[in-house]
Design a protein around this ligand. Sequence first.
Ligand code: HEC
Length: 460
Amino acid sequence: MRLVATFFSLASLCMVPAFAAEPRNFEDHILPLLREHCANCHRPGKTRGGLDVTTLEALEKGGSAGPSVTSGLAENSPLFRAIAHIGSEEAMPPEQDKLPPHILASFKLWIEGGLKPNASGRARETRAVVQLTVDTATLGAPTTPPAFIRSLPPRTDAPQLLRALPVMALAANPWAPIIAVGGQGETVLHDLSDGHRIGALPFAAGEVRVLRFSRNGQVLLIGGGRPTSSGKVQLIELKTGKPLTTVGDDFDVVLAADLSPDQSLVATAGPEKLVRVYRVADGALVWTMKKHADFITSLEFSPDGKHLASADRAGGIFITDAATGENPRLLAGATDAVNQLAWRSDARSLAAACGDGQALLYDPESVRLVGKWAAHEGGCLSIAYSREGSVLTGGQDATASLWEEGGKRIAKFKNCDTAAFRVGFTSAQNPLVGDWSGDVREWTPTGEEVRVLSARVRSF
Ligand code: HEC
């Protein structure tokens, strides 16, 4: 199997058409076309697909798939994709011939020219596009592990820390021997093939609260920010350690985030109790969900990309349709804070770590609780599924345990100094545990310690 990923970014400011074309504006050129070909089905009172095309504001608000036009980016705008028959969007107008080329050209010129409202109006700013989308049909074990950077230059700008920081965020690459550990203002990368510290990726947005590798292992998502002020997600190309793009303009720190398996969407959430889903290509906000009654602690796209699961501090767990945010379903049964969620690799089971110490298992299809067991005295803080379907939990009791799905213990890992705050599996499927004192331990599945990595963000 071959993994297809293209990384290119394009300063759309330079996108001057090669021929001298008359600039288009909404009032004189676009609205008449929309009225003639589209308004029958997309107008106030009859908004098929949730879309009204009769004003510029309504177009920018868009329909169920989010904003239908993005300034500067015709081929990333659902409206243009629909009329030009690009991608999997429903072709528009439905069951009719494609609109003639000169009409398509008008729409393209108008979008790429910055969505001018009328002859005297100003063009919008345009944003660079980042194309990371991968074909999920080819996702699976790659023939060669993803390339990763072997050393990062030492930071000279970071303040000296006087003590170790808790492991706030931890992620292991699914296919390469590399892990990422989050802290204050940076993410430390370790190479597990020899245990060496690769170095730190600075995160200017604030504290790092969530880390995830993309399903193909080529991209690292870093989420976090500053409590009560701002939240952001940065995507890093692992091969070079370079930022690809930043999305999100949340008003509080991002506590939970994920990149969809096809890498087209980023979901974020946190103390604002709101799930936000952004498009990676242009950073546009696609949908939001307001179902949670308390801080959102965790969220994750299902491995098949169809659903987004999210959980909160009051025990609320929801599954929604990932593309649209529609059809939210409550997964009942948690009686305390849900600290973390994890999908099984076949998307047929969702596990939850609960503040009352229980591990819960749900069938996402029937939205029913199908299993639970007491995992940790004082609270279950973290949970992860191995590729084969065993469950790793970490707890307030400074231990982690590996379980069969029904709750039969396979091994117990006791060497944490403090609460086992974050858990995961390495690419070799070894359990990994990050604790509150700042250490990360790798184990064999039978309970032998392989190594201890200090996540201390700065040595002192
Ligand atoms: C005969 C009715 C009809 C006409 C005419 C029509 N559409 Fe649609 N359009 C629909 C329906 C129905 C949907 C919802 C499709 C779905 O969700 O499967 C839709 C969905 C869309 C969407 C996706 C909206 C979203 O956010 O999900 C876009 C964009 C769109 N239309 C653009 C256009 C444009 C531009 C035109 C004119 C060139 C047009 N449509 C003409 C019926 C129509």
